[in-house]
Design a protein around this ligand. Structure first.
Ligand code: AHR
Length: 526
């Protein structure tokens, strides 16, 4: 479809032309069983991942107390406001591969006495250690999120991890708790999630499964939360490393150990990492791509669902009651780096396509909400599929950010089962689902639909029947643009932003037309 025809289709959908305006485009038919609630969608599914990598922390979050960029105690205020607006529930830190190279003691205490080290894994740049534990905790409290601290299992010791937990959580005046108080925080910090290493089958020490499992058990036991107030429901939840991207040996070994555990260590979940890359090394362009690359990346991204199903099936064998969570704590599009950006910084632009990819993945996580109880997109600022990009004092919100903003009502909502009968989107040898959808009911009783039209050439009428729910009124927003590679830039920040979409509610049915390549979220009042 030419740009002009596509722009017309887009305009037609925006003003809500009747289905007949789109000729023979068959409608996608949804039946939402709103009276048959499914699992709760953990807010943590909308979590973030922030690593000491490129300008992910330095520049993207931390600018320093003396910076002319508006900040609170060194943390930039524009980024804080943006992350608050999408109700960021949790931020995983300090890595990634960096976590297994990180020694927390270097990042606490008076700024001028912190050692300068090297970030060996990511560009070999200087690591000033200005952003450490206290700054991370301050950042969390500024954005209103929970912590997910990954301890160093690769090059660290269980003693170091135990000391870190003591520094963060001891409520009694131990030497480390007093040091924390001198550093400005007498009260224990809350540590909701603790990652026991990162990719220890690879950058985290290339450990055999048996070796990792033994280490993981020791770290799980000794890295104790020492604050009695953080127990029971509020206890620290530990997450072990799982799937290595190839076989599921780690998943099996960790689950086997968990199933037969006899002494004081425990897990809340097991992690999984999966990036849509389009072949290693990452080479797909982030901008200026055509439909071949568009379809290839989305096709790969959709394999997240069978991968989750596979891990879930393994987990079900050991844990049929679904006590353990599958934590997808790294995911997203990994593309060719922005030309001219420093090596190892993993900087990439973020297009409408990436927003669509994010929506598809969030829908997948929500469909598996009984098992997937946290997911952390890689990464929050300036790295890979970011929420925000910064350049000195400037900040721009990406299309992926806009999807997270649209999806906030799904945090903590209850998933509703649905059936979907939709046309397919074919391009070359590939055939993808044309439409993806998800429904959930929030705690106020409102029903929400998340709808994705993957087809970049055709509008799709949506005809949704609701059972067990009578919709009185509807309001929707849609994210789209005249081109799938459209991006927001510092100079043009509003190219890919949500706009209102017309939604008709009649006799228990909801009807709207999704523009080509779009993500819509519709709220229905009971
Ligand atoms: O997100 C970038 C890197 O990807 C992480 O550091 C690592 O865990 C993964 O391989």
């Amino acid at each position: 479809m030419g740009r002009c025809a596509r722009a017309l289709a887009l305009a037609a959908a925006m003003v809500g032309l009747a289905f007949a305006a789109h000729g023979q485009t068959p409608a996608a038919r949804l039946v939402v069983q709103a009276g048959a609630p499914g699992p709760r969608i953990a807010p943590e599914i909308f979590g973030q991942f922030a690593e000491h990598l490129g300008t992910g922390i330095y520049g993207g979050v931390w600018v320093g107390r003396d910076s002319p960029i508006p900040n609170v105690r060194g943390i930039r205020s524009d980024v804080v406001a943006a992350l608050r607006a999408i109700k960021t529930p949790v931020v995983r830190w300090p890595g990634g591969c960096f976590a297994d190279d990180y020694h927390w003691r270097k990042g606490v205490g008076p700024a001028d006495r912190r050692p300068v080290t090297l970030n060996a894994g990511w560009g070999g740049v200087l690591e000033p250690n200005s952003f450490g534990t206290d700054e991370y905790m301050d950042f969390l409290s500024q954005i209103g999120a929970e912590g997910y601290v990954s301890v160093n299992v690769g090059s660290g010791t269980a003693e170091e991890a135990a000391d870190w937990m003591e520094y963060m959580t001891a409520d009694k005046p131990t030497t480390l708790a007093q040091e924390r108080a001198r550093n400005g925080h007498p009260a224990p910090y809350r540590v909701k999630y603790l990652g026991l290493g990162n990719e220890n089958w690879g950058c985290g020490g290339a450990m055999s499964t048996d070796h990792y499992v033994e280490e993981m058990k020791r770290f799980s036991h000794y890295a104790r939360n020492l604050d009695p107030a953080q127990s029971g429901e509020t206890a620290t939840r530990r997450i072990a490393v799982g799937w290595d991207g190839g076989d599921s040996d780690y998943t099996e070994a960790v689950l086997k150990a968990w199933k037969s555990k006899v002494y004081s260590w425990d897990l809340e979940g097991i992690s999984m990492h999966f990036y849509a890359v389009g072949g290693w090394p990452p080479h797909l362009p982030a901008t200026g791509f055509g439909e071949d690359d568009y379809v290839a990346l989305l096709d790969e991204a959709l394999t997240m669902e069978p991968k989750i199903a596979r891990e879930t099936a393994i987990m079900d064998r050991y844990d049929p009651d679904k006590k353990l969570a599958l934590v997808v704590d790294e995911w997203g599009a990994w593309l060719a780096a922005t030309p001219g950006s420093p090596k190892g910084f993993l900087q990439q632009q973020n297009s409408l396509r990436d927003g669509i990819l994010a929506a598809l993945n969030l829908n997948i996580f929500m469909r598996h909400a009984d098992r997937v109880r946290m997911a952390n997109i890689a990464q929050m600022t300036n790295v890979l599929q970011a929420m925000v990009l910064t350049d000195g004092p400037r900040m721009v919100l990406t299309p992926t950010y806009q999807v997270y903003r649209l999806y906030t009502p799904f945090q903590g909502a209850t998933a509703m089962p649905m059936t979907l009968d939709a046309p397919r989107y074919a391009h070359g040898a590939k055939s993808l689902p044309g439409v993806d959808a998800m429904a959930a009911r929030d705690t106020s009783g409102k029903l929400w639909l998340a709808l994705v039209n993957l087809d970049p050439n055709t509008s799709v009428p949506i005809d949704a029947a609701l059972t067990g729910f009578s919709a009185r009124a509807a309001r929707g927003e849609v994210l789209t643009a005249p081109r799938v590679d459209a991006v927001n830039t510092f100079d043009k920040p509003d190219v890919v932003v949500p706009r209102p979409i017309k939604v008709a509610v009649q006799s228990g049915r909801v009807q709207l037309t999704l523009p080509p390549a779009s993500v819509a979220v519709v709220g229905l009042e009971p």
